[in-house]
Design a protein around this ligand. Structure first.
Ligand code: URP
Ligand code: ZN
Ligand code: ZN
Length: 461
């Protein structure tokens, strides 16, 4: 039997702040209160002067993803271990079937890969093609505990789904009581812009952002939301990066469309397109989609966060080493798209959010874990500190300074997009499934300790 008590911390949830103890037994929170009496032999963590948060959910990661001719560099073990160091105790990865592959076959592959996870996980199921078979299999996927389905409106010739597919998939999701998640960029327009740039000899990584301007994201965001409106079902825009897309979300919410949600990445909240000016192909380290945006967009996203128009944050953790990025040395369209950040979000969101007076402590918790847990059906098992919830807890030292660098991070990638950044506030202890898995820099993760967490349904928040 595992027993841990966290003593005398400031317990902060999306609703409350109170000083007290949290007692966990066999992976579950059993008691919360002042000066709790606990059985002899219980492991004690002294959280005096520290904050006690529910463990983080990263609702958007890609471990060991076959993509653009290579595979993302973190697998489920190293990626979830890096997450633990950054206060993330649960992830939702994306199960992405290849062209014409059965959803259930893809699910088997993901189940195999995820066995080595050190922290709990679930998947969104990607709908990369549509047929009667897919329609039927979506029902089985939902019964397996996966009620969220991902659609790529970009990556023409690979993962992209056209409007016919979107509409038919949305109708099926409505029948199943699930939610659609969307990578919103107009893939046809992006493809044409890419070809034009390459024909003009503009083939360096600095042209990646030029080929995917904010307008293509704004248009696709609006289109996805409007299709969801026609069907009458909820929709969640992933990695929303710019004001043009935020405007579409705000317009939908203001006209009373229910169930329109947006996720922004810590990446897009903190970086702008000046990163593409880095010389010597270093800009390739920042090639992800949507790309980093012109100045003004990060501030617009923060305004969206403050106003509650953006409900969740994630990282789209999908690392590629520079040796992999080099696949696009002579043609930016061949640079594998993706960056690492699973380990970085907590401290950065705290520092730039609460530390800089943009959001409250409760909003921080909502954005770091609770809202995504609610939308995707993990709450209240995860995303809060409550009796009966999983014992996934972060003890956070608000005085500790963290300096970000590829030299010291646990992510298996040779660049940090936040190289040299500093943040005040970092986890001192992380408890996952009732076990102390991180203590002051000492990672004690166990390969295979993570569990697939079935999700019953979604919650409209
Ligand atoms: O560039 C990105 N975002 N890579 C991962 C795949 C995706 O689009 O989310
Ligand atoms: Zn995407
Ligand atoms: Zn992604």
């Amino acid at each position: 039997m595992s027993r841990i008590v966290i003593r005398n911390g400031e317990i902060i949830t999306s609703m409350d702040r109170l000083r007290g103890d949290v007692y966990c037994e066999d992976g579950v929170i059993r008691a919360i209160g002042a000066k709790l009496e606990v059985p002899a032999g219980t492991e004690v963590i002294d959280a005096s002067g520290q904050l006690v948060f529910p463990g983080g959910l990263d609702p958007h990661v890609h471990m060991e993803l076959p993509f653009m001719g290579t595979v993302s560099a973190d697998d489920f073990e190293s990626g979830t271990a890096a997450g633990i160091c950054g206060g993330v105790t649960c992830i939702i990865d994306f199960c992405i079937p290849a062209a014409k592959q059965s959803l259930l076959e893809a699910l088997k592959l993901w189940d195999e890969k995820s066995k080595k996870a050190v922290a709990d996980y679930s998947y969104h199921m990607a709908i990369t093609w549509f047929s009667e078979q897919v329609e039927k299999e979506m029902g089985t996927v939902k019964e397996r505990g996966i009620p969220s389905f991902k659609h790529f409106m970009a990556y023409k010739g690979a993962l992209m789904l056209d409007d016919d597919g979107l509409y038919r998939s949305f109708c099926r999701i409505k029948e199943l009581g699930g939610i659609a998640t969307i990578h919103a960029e107009n893939g046809d327009v992006v493809w044409n812009l890419q070809q034009k740039l390459i024909r003009a000899g503009k083939n360096g990584p600095e042209y990646h952002a030029v080929s995917r301007p904010p307008e293509v994201e704004g248009e696709a965001t609006n289109r996805a939301i409007r299709i969801a409106e026609v069907v009458g079902m909820p929709v969640y825009i992933v990695h929303m990066s710019c004001k043009a897309a935020l405007d579409a979300v705000i317009a939908a919410r203001l006209r009373g469309q229910r169930g329109v949600y947006a996720e922004s990445l810590i990446n897009h909240l903190l970086l702008d397109d000046s990163v593409y000016q880095k010389p010597n192909f270093e800009a390739a380290a920042y090639v992800m989609s949507p790309p980093f945006r012109p100045k003004g967009n990060p501030d617009a996203l923060w305004d969206g966060v403050k106003a509650g128009m953006i409900q969740t944050t994630g990282t789209d953790h999908c690392p590629f080493n520079m040796s992999q990025k080099a696949m696009g040395k002579d043609n930016f369209t061949l640079i594998p798209n993706g960056c690492a950040a699973i380990e970085d979000r907590m401290s950065l969101l705290w520092h730039h959010g609460v530390g800089m007076g943009r959001i409250s402590e409760q909003q921080f918790v909502s954005l770091f874990t609770t809202n995504a847990c609610r939308i995707f059906g993990l709450y209240p098992r995860k995303g809060t500190i409550a009796i009966g919830s999983d014992a996934d807890i972060v003890v956070f030292d608000p005085t500790k300074t963290r300096v970000f660098s590829a030299k010291t991070h646990h992510q298996k990638v040779d660049r940090s997009i936040f190289e040299g950044f500093e943040a005040k506030g970092a986890p001192s202890h992380v408890i996952a499934n009732g076990k102390l898995v991180y203590k002051d820099g000492d990672l004690r993760a166990t390969r295979g300790a993570g569990r697939f967490i079935p999700r019953a349904g979604i919650q409209l928040i």
